[in-house]
Design a protein around this ligand. Structure first.
Ligand code: SOE
Length: 387
């Protein structure tokens, strides 16, 4: 392996932790075309980023993202900051000739996404938006089966992404609940994922009719002295207005004629990080549940009538039978959430060496944002909106 790619990662909380694990593990489990050096971890709080550097295994720590992005010792910039800084950092990184991996949603608006797409194209650098769920082995297997025609023509894409972490009205107004920082609530944070899976598995969206709601209108502001991130913090005494959606739902049409029915909510008590998909076609159906993420259910209508039913495929067969799993363990030794980031970063590393962006690229991130903005506009106007 001739080359070593030196990584600068901006942001070190939840996604920073998941990505650090992936940068560390990918070289040990996947045949990479280059080595990886976890060169610099960057964050705003000096003590916090130094503690994270030690914990997450980075060589250097910095509080100056511009210095990291412009450093001649960095080849790749990995952006895991709150959504409002994605565009500025990514454009600067591309302009500095760095390859860029950026967490979803790509940016706050389609306009910002366009700036990012233009910057990486102009700089001729590789880009990827980290929609990690595409690289769940069962989802990649579903993609393969759909492409092989196992479902025939697709009629329905039904998806739900349900969480319950902010049902408590005392939960503070963290950045994921502030429009200026997050851009939206459930729509950009988790609807983004099932929209991306719809684009990956079914096709491009044509038009949508959306509905949004903010169930709790005011929350305690984050206690200024308190530490915290987008998923948790100490509540202060004063109240602030919630400026984002708690739930976003929409029906829609794909350009290929399939119908869409998606629901993203943070108010489904009991659902901690529940992604459920069902895709119905002319020859069969697929069903997936992230709470049982190593299984894919397949109804094959071409089977003789006396033995039809939802086959329960355990997606753990190595030897090139099922995607990604062969790099890990023998059959039946199941994988988890963290492996989806290792798969994503392994593919990203090889795409950087090949010099060719692979999906989901920044272009995909922009197309995703177009759907999200159409849902938001439709929810405001009550009208159907073309994507
Ligand atoms: C919070 O909803 C969150 O952390 C999302 O931001 C991630 O993208 C998702 O994978 C888990 O939940």
């Amino acid at each position: 392996m001739s080359r070593t790619l030196r990584v600068g990662m901006i942001g070190y909380r939840f996604m920073g932790k998941a990505h650090s694990n992936a940068w560390r593990q990918a070289p040990h489990f996947f045949p990479l075309k280059a080595g990886v050096e976890m060169h610099t971890l960057c964050g705003r709080d000096a003590a916090g980023v130094e503690a994270a550097r030690v914990q997450l295994g980075w060589k250097n720590a910095s509080t100056d993202w511009k210095a990291v992005v412009n450093s001649p010792e960095i080849d790749i910039v990995d952006i895991n900051t709150p959504n409002d800084s994605h565009a500025e950092i990514a454009v600067a990184a591309a302009n500095a000739g760095k390859h860029v991996l950026c967490e979803k949603p790509l940016a706050l608006t389609v306009a910002q996404c366009q700036e990012m797409v233009d910057a990486v194209k102009k700089a001729k650098v590789v880009s990827m938006v980290c929609h990690n769920y595409r690289r769940i082995p069962a989802i990649a297997q579903a993609k393969k089966m759909i492409e092989e025609g196992a479902l025939g023509n697709i009629f329905h894409y039904h998806a739900r992404y349900a969480q319950d972490w902010i049902v408590d009205p005392e939960f503070p107004l963290v950045w994921r609940l502030q429009k200026g920082v997050s851009g939206s609530g459930a729509n950009g944070d988790i609807n983004a994922h099932i929209v991306d899976l719809g684009r990956y598995l079914v096709g491009e969206f044509k038009e949508v009719c959306g509905l949004m709601n903010t169930f709790i209108k005011e929350r305690p502001l984050v206690d200024q002295g308190g530490k915290g991130d987008g998923l948790g913090a100490k509540a202060g005494k004063k109240l602030g207005k919630v400026t984002v959606d708690d739930a976003a739902l929409f029906i829609g049409r794909f350009k290929n004629g399939a119908l869409a029915n998606l629901e993203a909510t943070r108010f489904a008590l009991g659902r901690k990080n529940h992604i459920a998909l069902e895709i119905n076609g002319s020859k069969g159906s697929l069903q997936f549940d992230f709470e049982d993420m190593n299984r894919l259910k397949f109804f094959d209508n071409t089977q003789p009538a006396d033995r039809q039913g939802f086959n329960d495929i355990l997606v753990t067969q190595p030897g090139g039978v099922h995607p990604f799993v062969g790099q890990w363990w023998p059959p039946g030794h199941i994988l988890g959430y963290e492996h989806t980031f290792v798969h994503t970063i392994a593919d990203f590393i090889n795409s950087v060496v090949d010099g060719k962006s692979i999906q989901p690229t920044f272009e995909d991130g922009m197309k995703n944002q177009r759907v999200l903005e159409a849902v938001e506009e439709s929810a405001k106007t009550g009208q159907w909106v073309k994507v």
